[in-house]
Design a protein around this ligand. Structure first.
Ligand SMILES: NC(=O)c1ccc[n+]([C@@H]2O[C@H](COP(=O)([O-])OP(=O)(O)OC[C@H]3O[C@@H](n4cnc5c(N)ncnc54)[C@H](O)[C@@H]3O)[C@@H](O)[C@H]2O)c1
Length: 367
């Protein structure tokens, strides 16, 4: 085990972590391709430095398959379509299966008609929103992806949660190998970050979460139990109502447009897998910049370079472009060939391996 700050970390070969996650999903009945695609989504989150959406999420999917809340081997189907839109029933498959299906349709429509807007109902958790937007960007398009989630966001002035952490993402191809990559929860942080603080036994920064009385708390365990996150921006004085508005916008594109469960009607978030089908809604958009002014990629690169070259307020913290943190983290992961997990995750993975009779994840020796 290595130490990062006070936290004990263990390294696992990236391929081995992918193998383990795939095996766990296959062990509970997911077909090879579905298991592989879901595991690839998870390992990408660990690779780019969003561990909250990597291995950390595996047990949730496993439990949903075991309980029958998710049916990994169903087929998603198109319910309605036009030249530029499609409405899809995920038919309760894993989030990655339907997200590939839906974004492929959005990309095809954007290539043919300039824009593809796809709305999905009947789905399950689909991880990092940016993973899906990037899929369109890799084809030269501007990609956008949104999803609703279980209620966890307390609208400004509310004691209770009524919207999800509802992430939004926009990924766009720039010139000279640059990419604009914005992928963000509309709460101050994703709930997985509270879990990670709990796993690390660390306090929460201000502005992340509320206690049962609707007051801000720094206690990760209490915050997790209460399940009431603050919107992006925090309290009303710091414009948290804008995060609330963005979460509502994502809900409009996802649950309200697709006819899936929405907002306060979505099952509460838990690891137990006993809440019945999630019936989540997603939205995928692909847009062809070639339909507009020539030089999109060059202008975008000009902005990205300009932002990075701005004089930083603190010389030791250079200004970043959206996506720089993830890119840097991915480069480091790839150079090492390993992903790092906190000790508690290694222990719970070992317990999961035992439960599912899967070969446990092999931890690399300490260096
Ligand atoms: N599927 C779900 O239910 C769900 C729900 C919520 C969040 N998520 C995912 O959780 C992940 C984490 O979300 P988050 O909101 O905690 O991310 P975050 O706050 O770490 O980053 C948000 C965005 O800000 C950018 N960024 C970070 N620091 C920056 C800086 N100094 N300068 C410029 N840009 C900077 C990042 O590149 C990223 O695009 C995302 O992948 C999101 O899609 C998924």
């Amino acid at each position: 085990m290595d130490n990062v700050g006070e936290v004990q970390m263990a390294r696992v070969a990236t391929r081995e972590a992918l193998r383990f996650m795939t095996d766990c999903l296959k062990a509970v009945g997911a077909a090879s391709r579905a298991a592989q695609q879901q595991a690839e989504l998870l390992i990408e989150a660990d690779r780019v430095g969003h561990p909250s959406h990597g291995l950390n999420r595996l047990e949730l999917y496993v439990n949903d398959i075991i309980s029958g809340a998710c049916m990994p081997n169903n087929e998603p189907k198109v319910l309605k379509e036009t030249a530029s839109t499609a409405w899809i029933d995920a038919n309760n498959v894993l989030g990655a299966t339907v997200s590939h299906f839906a974004m492929d349709i959005a990309v095809k429509k954007a290539k043919e008609s300039g824009v593809g807007w796809v709305s999905v109902k009947g789905s399950n958790h689909n991880g990092m929103a940016g993973y899906w937007a990037r899929k369109a960007s890799e084809k030269g398009l501007i990609g956008m992806a949104f999803t609703n989630t279980s209620p966890l966001l307390a609208p400004t002035r509310s004691k209770k949660a009524a919207l999800g952490t509802n992430p939004l993402s926009v990924v766009a191809p720039a010139s000279a190998g640059e990419t604009f990559y914005l992928d963000m929860a509309t709460t101050a942080v994703a709930v997985g970050k509270i879990e990670m603080q709990m796993r690390k036994e660390e306090k929460l920064p201000n502005g992340w979460a509320q206690d049962p009385d609707g007051k801000e708390t720094n206690d990760a365990h209490l915050a997790f139990k209460t399940g009431c996150l603050m919107p992006l921006g925090g309290g009303e004085q710091t414009s948290g109502y804008k995060g609330y508005g963005l979460a509502a916008m994502v809900e409009l594109f996802c649950g309200i447009l697709s006819g899936s469960n929405y907002g306060h009607h979505i099952r509460s978030w838990s690891h137990s897998g006993d809440g019945g089908p999630a019936n989540l809604g997603h939205c995928f958009v692909a847009l062809d910049p070639e339909c507009f002014a020539p030089g999109f990629g060059d202008r975008l690169t000009d902005c990205i370079h300009h932002w990075r070259e701005l004089e930083p307020a603190d010389p030791s913290s250079p200004v970043l472009a959206p996506g720089d943190k993830e890119k840097k983290h991915a480069e480091l992961t790839d150079a090492k060939g390993t992903v790092s997990y906190v000790k508690q995750q290694i222990e719970s993975s070992a317990a999961l391996a035992k439960r599912l009779k899967v070969t446990p994840m092999k931890v690399e020796p300490e260096i």
